[in-house]
Design a protein around this ligand. Structure first.
Ligand SMILES: Nc1ncnc2c1ncn2[C@@H]1O[C@H](COP(=O)(O)OP(=O)(O)OP(=O)(O)O)[C@@H](O)[C@H]1O
Length: 366
């Protein structure tokens, strides 16, 4: 091992965890782990099992099989179970779940029942100071904005110093500008307090921005897990690639151990071993758009252009093919509808999948 390598212990270890409601799996054989101080995002479309996963960890649902371990302690397996209130796990619910009849201070003190009475108030005041809510300790939840309520919920969950904090779509009730701001300050607090946190979200950009590790789910299964850069730049399946952006698709043909495309040729990627048709996919920003013809570039006409502020979304029709592609370019390049441009692509940065690859599941290896 390199002298500078730091090995972090797993704080939370989930192994082959399943939960069935009737005949349907909400969570299906999920294995993953969280290391100390990491922010993990459970990411996926509505109904894929994210909230159920959180509820299983919190002890609010009983697994069908598998195990959940917190450091060395088994929280749940078929032989041992720790009750929800004994797990020392914090939970911030999507609607914050503050008690309306209690003041902000009382709401935070409520989570400190196990701490001697005389210490509760100062711990709660400190937690509120940490989220910059000291000036509101005597306010009631209904008088606070959504962002302020979120901070109180965060203080309430953090005050008992949980081993792990679970947050279910914590930013989804906030409007756009406020969401960015609250998200940023929440992440700063979580990092300052080294709180191992599992955040549920369906928003790919949010996960890319805040996660140390993303667990991408579909229909109860883990499709891929890894760092944001791994998921974005090395998606193992078409589903994973498509989750993070629109994709362009072009056909390929196999000749002499090479894949031939309209943008040139490349060696067949090693992970593709069958004789099925292979398609090439790339994100809109990967398509290079030029006014001047270059080697291997293709002439295209701009069929529409949308202003997006810093960038511009172009829809392009390749002249020699019946093919429409999309590209993001900097707005400062001022492309207009009906302009002729030249397109090129770095095939080594593209994704290649078999044409019938819809969802292929991989067990988490991180
Ligand atoms: N108590 C329950 N009884 C029956 N089915 C349930 C129950 N809770 C969840 N489910 C089902 O399990 C599946 C996963 O639900 P879950 O709420 O975990 O998904 P999710 O990814 O969190 O979705 P969303 O983002 O919409 O909250 C869904 O099909 C849901 O209908």
């Amino acid at each position: 091992m390199n002298a500078h390598t730091v090995t972090l212990a797993n704080v939370l270890t989930i192994q082959k965890l399943s939960k069935k409601f009737g005949e349907r799996f909400a969570v299906n054989q999920a294995s993953w782990s969280a290391q100390s101080g990491q922010i993990i995002c459970l990411l996926g479309h509505s109904g894929c099992g994210k909230t159920t996963m959180l509820r299983l960890i919190a002890g609010l649902e009983t697994p069908t099989e598998g195990s959940i371990q917190l450091e060395r302690k088994v929280l749940w397996d078929p032989y041992q179970q720790v009750q929800a209130e004994e797990r020392n796990i914090g939970f911030v619910f999507q609607d914050y779940a503050l008690f309306p009849h209690l003041s902000v201070l009382e709401n935070v003190m409520f989570g400190l029942k196990k701490i001697p009475k005389h210490e509760r108030q100062s711990i709660a005041e400190n937690a509120l100071k940490h989220v910059s809510m000291s000036h509101h300790i005597h306010s009631y939840p209904h008088t606070l904005s959504g962002g302020e309520q979120q901070r109180v919920a965060l203080a309430r969950a953090l005050a008992p110093k949980p081993h792990v904090l679970l947050m279910d779509e914590p930013f989804s009730n906030l409007d756009h500008r406020l969401r960015d701001q609250i998200r940023q300050s929440t992440i700063e607090i979580l990092k300052q307090t080294s709180t191992t946190t599992i955040i549920v979200t369906h928003d790919p950009e949010e996960a890319l921005q805040i996660a140390d590790q993303i667990i991408l789910m579909h229909q109860g299964k883990i499709i891929q897990s890894g760092t944001p850069k791994q998921l974005y730049f090395q998606p193992k399946t078409l589903f994973a690639a498509r989750y993070f952006s629109d994709l362009n698709e072009i056909k390929t043909q196999i000749q002499d151990q090479q894949l031939h495309t309209i943008f040139g040729n490349i060696a067949i990627p090693k992970h593709l071993t069958s004789n099925n048709e292979i398609r090439c996919y790339f994100r809109p920003h990967q398509l290079r758009v030029n006014r001047i013809k270059t080697e291997n570039s293709l002439a295209a006409k701009i069929i529409s252009s949308n202003f997006l502020g810093y960038s511009q979304l172009l829809k392009l029709k390749i002249e020699a093919e019946d093919k429409v592609l999309i590209a993001y370019v900097e707005y400062s390049q001022h492309y207009d509808q009906a302009d002729t441009v030249y397109l090129s692509l770095d095939l080594s940065q593209c994704f290649f999948y078999e044409a019938n690859d819809s969802i292929e599941t991989h067990q988490s290896s991180t």
